[in-house]
Write a protein that binds this ligand. Structure first.
Ligand code: HEC
Ligand code: HEC
Length: 442
């Protein structure tokens, strides 16, 4: 087939082929062995008691915890969720997101099918001519080729092969491998933000195990939706080491979002079980099942917390920018100045404090215990994106895991919201004016 006829599909194939070859090169390694990876317990779980020097959580409990986590979420080589009986009736199966009820939306499925039709255009043409053997996908698709070959003796193999190609979606194991190659050097094998490169970075790569994500479209600091994780992978986080993965095939990005969720879920379960076992002095499989169900419930209900916005943001008129400036500086209202400062440079009075020796130290800390500074809003580098809608989300809902509060939920003494939606848009437009140089004109 002449590749020029379909440049996009061809370039993508090259990219996929290249990624697969790189993965193979790493897998082959010097001694021909694939590195054996294990999920580790978090340092908080294995910490020693300061007074006694003994592990805070008895070693037997740690071993039990490790075994339970493996039973519920599998290993880095064989990630697999334990299926709950309740899920069977509803058709929910997070091991197979594409087929599962309640995972991908209809439009997400359509977009993936469109991409697959493009990627497997040649193979699908062969199937149109009823040529099953000619439609065999290339070896680089590993497990996928095996599923294809398994159809060889089926009477309706041409139709089933068509479905297999069009509904192609990475398995959790394939996504774990993609994560290992592309993400783990920063985010760590178990998602602790402790990969080899991670230690040299500022800000540090996210520790997924808390289940806290900064840049989402969620209220109430809820766990992210699939769409939030996909957006982060597409956009990257400007001003940090987190790159954009826009060039990866859409299916692979979905798979990576699935795997980030697995690491976050696993970490959340670990933290809750470790706290529970610390208190109770024991840990049973029934406890683990209960926490597993609770944490999953949070993720399955993520959509209920999505921030709903007007489709079209109100215009950035000089009046709105002026009103945004008033709110920003009004210490009785939005009071952004206490952290971001009069000029918006991130130097407000709440940022610094004196320690016991009279040294000036940062007063603000994030949920991971690290000192943190408010953003310099005049630099125009917004990690969560600089579209009005991105800034609306930040200002309305705050930035989870950081001291940056959201103003959307603020209620007055009478229980009524303190800010209406237009107030938030005014702040958005003022912040953009600060960043892009027109704040002094109003
Ligand atoms: C070069 C290092 C690096 C690599 C490689 C990297 N990340 Fe990140 N990632 C970061 C940093 C740094 C942050 C945190 C930035 C911050 O706190 O603002 C981050 C944050 C994130 C977040 C959290 C976003 C949020 O809303 O809190 C997700 C999800 C994420 N990365 C996923 C991935 C995935 C998936 C991959 C691989 C495909 C990956 N990252 C590769 C450095 C990296
Ligand atoms: C208690 C301190 C505090 C207050 C009050 C505060 N912020 Fe922040 N803000 C922060 C911190 C800290 C960050 C950086 C968070 C991080 O990424 O770690 C931040 C980040 C931001 C960002 C950057 C978002 C991005 O995508 O990079 C914007 C925009 C912002 N704040 C706007 C505001 C506005 C508008 C107000 C007033 C309504 C406000 N902030 C009030 C502490 C504060």
């Amino acid at each position: 087939m002449i590749p020029q006829a379909r440049p996009r599909a061809f370039v993508r194939r090259l990219a996929v082929g290249f990624a697969a070859r790189c993965a193979l090169a790493v897998v082959a390694g010097c001694d021909g062995e694939r590195p054996v990876l294990e999920h580790a317990l978090a340092p908080e779980t294995t910490a020693l008691d300061e007074a006694t020097g003994e592990p805070r959580l008895a070693l037997a409990i740690q071993a039990k915890l490790r075994a339970e986590l493996e039973r519920l979420c599998g290993t880095p080589h064989a990630p697999r969720y334990a299926l709950r009986t309740e899920w069977q009736a509803s058709g929910f199966d997070p091991n197979r997101p594409f087929e599962s009820v309640g995972e991908l939306s209809a439009s997400e499925r359509d977009a993936l099918r469109a991409e697959n039709r493009d990627t497997f255009e040649d193979e699908l043409e062969e199937l149109d001519d009823a040529n099953f053997d000619g439609a065999r996908p290339s070896e680089r698709y590993f497990e996928f080729v095996a599923s294809f070959d398994a159809l060889a003796t089926a009477p309706d193999r041409v139709e089933r092969a068509r479905t297999l190609l069009v509904d192609r979606y990475p398995t959790l194991a394939e996504s774990a491998e993609s994560y290992r190659v592309k993400c783990s050097h920063c985010h760590g094998v178990s998602g602790g933000g402790d990969g080899r490169t991670g230690q040299f970075l500022e800000p540090k790569p996210r520790d997924f195990r808390h289940g806290v994500f900064k840049y989402t479209g969620q209220r109430e600091r809820a766990v992210p939706r699939r769409a939030d994780l996909l957006e982060t992978l597409e956009r990257g986080l400007q001003g940090t080491a987190m790159p954009s993965f826009r060039e990866l095939p859409l299916g692979e990005r979905h798979g990576l979002a699935d795997y980030v969720r697995l690491l976050a879920l696993r970490g959340m379960i670990e933290r809750r079980l470790a706290a529970f076992a610390d208190e109770e002095g024991e840990l049973t499989s029934a406890d683990a099942d209960e926490v597993y169900a609770e944490v999953w419930e949070q993720w399955r209900r993520a959509d209920e917390h999505a921030l709903v916005l007007a489709a079209v943001p109100p215009e950035a008129t000089p009046e709105r920018v002026r009103r945004g400036r008033e709110l920003f500086h009004d210490v009785a209202r939005a009071n952004c100045v206490q952290c971001h400062g009069e000029s918006g440079r991130g130097d407000g009075p709440a940022v610094w404090t004196l320690d016991l020796d009279g040294e000036r130290v940062l007063a603000l800390h994030d949920d991971w215990g690290r000192p943190t500074e408010p953003r310099d809003l005049t630099r125009g580098r917004f990690r969560g994106g600089d579209r009005p809608i991105d800034l609306y989300r930040r200002i309305w809902a705050g930035i989870p895991g950081t001291p940056m509060p959201g103003i959307g939920g603020a209620r007055g003494a009478d229980g009524a919201p303190v800010f209406i939606s237009d107030d938030v848009w005014c702040l958005v437009h003022y912040v953009r004016a600060l960043a892009y140089g027109s704040a002094d004109d109003v």
